[in-house]
Structure formats: C-alpha cells, structure tokens
Write a new protein. Structure first.
Length: 118
C-alpha cells in the first residue's frame, strides 16, 4: 500500500529552507522539502497520468487523465531533490531545467510547466 504524502506545516517548511540555505547538502531538509512539494503538487493536480519521481525520497502520481496500476506509468518525470525544490519554489523554470538536462520527462502530459512553481 502506498504512503500518502502530506504537505508540512509552514513553520517546518520555513525551517527546512533555512537549513538548506545554510547547508545545500542537508539531507533532512532535502527530504522534508521534496516530500512537501510533491504532496502540494499531488493536491493541486490530482490524478494518475504522470508519476513524478525524486529519488531517493519520494514519488507521486498526479495530473488528470490516463492512470495505471502496474508497471511503468504512461508519463514519468524524474529529477534530483535540489532541482525539484528549485522548480517548486520558482527558483528554476521548467525550460531552464529541461535545457540543462536536469529533468528526465517522457510521455504525454509530462511537461509540468503549467503546474510550477507551486
């Protein structure tokens, strides 16, 4: 059974951003912010057409449309935690990240630019 991600309280998010500003490799802050912003995306764009993966921390299904129950989903987006956080907060645009090769996106609806920043 999949674990549902939930957005974190704003104080925890603020603290995690401060920790990440002090140490960009702070794994606890990366984990909290990655899961938080994936949860926000899943709430704002519910569905199962796209799976957004941010290893090693989490993955969510989002965007209305075709869904899947087994195997590789019809659309997959994968990126690293720092890129995901930058996309979610607006510090990096989808086009900038894609152009720099920081995103792997395949399948219909895998362009998340309409949903970012969060």
């Amino acid at each position: 059974m999949a674990v549902r991600l939930r957005p974190q309280p704003s104080a925890a998010v603020t603290e995690a951003h401060a920790a990440l500003a002090a140490d960009p490799d702070d794994r606890a802050a990366l984990r909290l912010l990655t899961k938080h912003y994936l949860a926000v995306l899943a709430q704002r764009a519910p569905g199962g057409a796209v799976e957004v993966r941010v290893p090693p921390y989490a993955a969510v299904q989002c965007i209305a449309g075709t869904s899947h129950t087994r195997g590789t989903p019809p659309a997959v987006v994968e990126t690293d935690p720092a890129t995901w956080i930058a996309l979610a907060t607006g510090d990096l645009t989808w086009d900038e990240a894609a152009g720099a090769g920081r995103i792997s996106a395949s399948g219909e609806r895998s362009d998340l630019s309409a949903h970012l920043p969060l």
